[in-house]
Design a protein around this ligand. Structure first.
Ligand SMILES: [Zn+2]
Length: 498
């Protein structure tokens, strides 16, 4: 983009697969990764004479999302048929909500800004098409296509933001926050890589300060937060080029090509009349009772923003650390369990346990999770194990570098994931014994009389360097296990004395 001459206007449509046991309108399992076409029945295959029955749990999840996003819950909402023809949709229509969605007019707090949520509505997912055989055939270069209907009829909640987002970074922050909220309220496993969270973006440009919206394009096929930001960045640059050449942006749907790092035209944007919506005649209106909505409201768990604020003040950790804890799946649960285990032990480690735990969890532990792709709950180091490590540091058994080594070993499964066992096996315990360390200091100084003389008579600059030299020698002598505080004190005393 050329300088600051354009303002980005971005709106996002997030499709969230709801983690119900069964599909939206039938009893087939809602599960990922099964043999193709094993989770199907007459209803989700759209066979003649079959009738849909609405999944109560899916509605409850939609109400939870509405509650978390401060939406108005419609007292009455209805389902529509959205008609279009595609092989992965067996009925040739999708049951969705159109002008009367279950949730409307909400918001999500993202950093300092409140981003509007236009609506959230229930709909069924489509099946999946796979193009196979690389013979350069007519279907995307493939010989033929296979269709898997296991996903057909899986419940989706489509959450549509208002065009309130002003940059790729803000779009990314919105999805991150929304993902944490959806995870915290237990309605979805929010895995972008498995498609249980899918994001489409609308973007247009306008001169700064202008009220009028420019022509927008819709971008599809972004499979990670990183691709979302990259795609928006690219598309903003492309639109700026078009506008600056004096041409008009064409309203269309564009496909993000991750490898090429660009978008390309997919099709001209459909208008709603292209879908010939009409009310679904086989379903009654959805009328969630006041009692039901009250029950949902009363059972709402703590939301990430509130949890972040609580951890910030209770543990005295940084804003960044608290943010990382609540926005990484399962991480805050892990950290809270570790802190609880430290406190339960009832020794001096309880003071500052939150800060110590947050430090390990958002540092070494998170790096390990990112590297291995594991979930916190699957680590060989349990929260109780981390609590053990924190206590070993607090009582002086382990120095910080030794603790780091033990943590690495525990994460690799050594010692059954028990830091205490690893310390015993490797003989790693920090040495704080004064007499033992005094002997080491004396021996090192005796072995370097010339350096000791220079230290005692030398200039200031040299003294600092020599001091470091002695410390290095005694540390090496203790194989890194000497307690640095005790060693420093003994060194000072011995060098100042005889
Ligand atoms: Zn079915």
């Amino acid at each position: 983009m050329s300088g600051e001459s354009w303002e980005m206007v971005i709106g996002l449509e997030v499709h969230c697969e709801l983690a119900t046991e069964t599909k939206l309108f039938c009893g087939c399992p809602n599960d990922f990764g099964a043999e193709p076409n094993t989770y199907v029945c007459p209803v989700c295959l759209g066979l003649p004479g079959s009738l849909p029955v609405l999944n109560e749990r899916a509605v409850e999840f939609a109400l939870r999302v509405g509650e978390a996003l401060h939406c108005d819950i419609a007292e009455e909402s209805i389902f529509h048929r959205k008609n279009y023809f595609y092989p992965d949709m067996p009925k040739n229509y999708q049951i969705s909500q159109y002008d009367e969605p279950v949730c409307g007019n909400g918001w999500l707090q993202v950093g300092e800004r409140r981003i509007g949520v236009e609506r959230a509505h229930l709909e069924e997912d489509t099946g999946k098409t796979a193009h196979v055989g690389g013979g350069g055939g007519r279907i995307h270069g493939a010989d033929h296509s296979l269709v898997d209907y296991n996903r057909a009829g899986v419940p989706l909640l489509e959450i549509v933001s208002k065009p309130d987002l002003g940059s790729p970074e803000e779009a990314r922050a919105y999805v991150t926050e929304l993902r944490s909220v959806l995870e915290a309220i237990g309605v979805s496993d929010v895995k972008m890589e498995e498609g249980s969270l899918r994001v489409d973006a609308n973007i247009s440009l306008r001169p700064p300060g202008s009220e009028k919206l420019g022509t927008r394009t819709e971008i599809k096929n972004m499979n990670s937060l990183r691709s979302l930001a990259r795609a928006l960045e690219y598309e903003a640059g492309r639109q700026a080029g078009v506008l600056e050449a004096g041409e008009a942006v064409f309203q269309e749907t564009r496909h993000w090509d991750e490898e090429a790092g660009r978008t390309h035209s997919l099709r001209s944007k459909e208008e709603s009349h292209d879908y010939r919506y009409f009310p679904e005649p086989d379903l009654v209106p959805l009328l969630p009772s006041d009692e039901w909505r009250e029950r949902v409201r009363a059972a709402m768990p703590e939301l990430p923003a509130a949890r972040k604020a609580r951890l910030l003040s209770a543990w005295g950790i940084s804003d960044v650390e608290a943010g990382v804890l609540v926005s990484t799946a399962g991480l805050a649960d892990y950290a809270e369990a570790a802190v609880a285990a430290v406190s339960a032990a009832g020794d001096g480690a309880a003071d500052g346990a939150g800060r110590a735990v947050a430090n390990w969890v958002t540092g070494d532990l998170l790096a390990h999770l990112n590297e291995t792709g594991a979930a916190p709950s699957a680590l060989s180091l349990s929260p109780a194990g981390l609590a053990e490590l924190v206590r070993l540091v607090a009582d002086g058994t382990l120095s910080r570098p030794l603790a780091k080594e033990v943590l690495g070993a525990a994460l690799a499964g050594e010692g059954g994931g028990s830091p205490a066992a690893i310390v015993a096996e490797r003989g790693l315990a920090q040495v704080s014994d004064e007499r033992e360390l005094a002997g080491v200091v004396r021996a090192v100084l005796d072995a370097h009389p010339a350096e000791v003389d220079r230290y005692r008579s030398g200039e200031d600059k040299d003294r600092k360097k020599l001091r470091g030299f002695f410390m290095g020698k005694v540390m090496a002598e203790t194989k890194g296990r000497g307690n640095p505080q005790v060693l420093n004190r003994l060194l000072d005393a011995t060098l100042a004395g005889s």
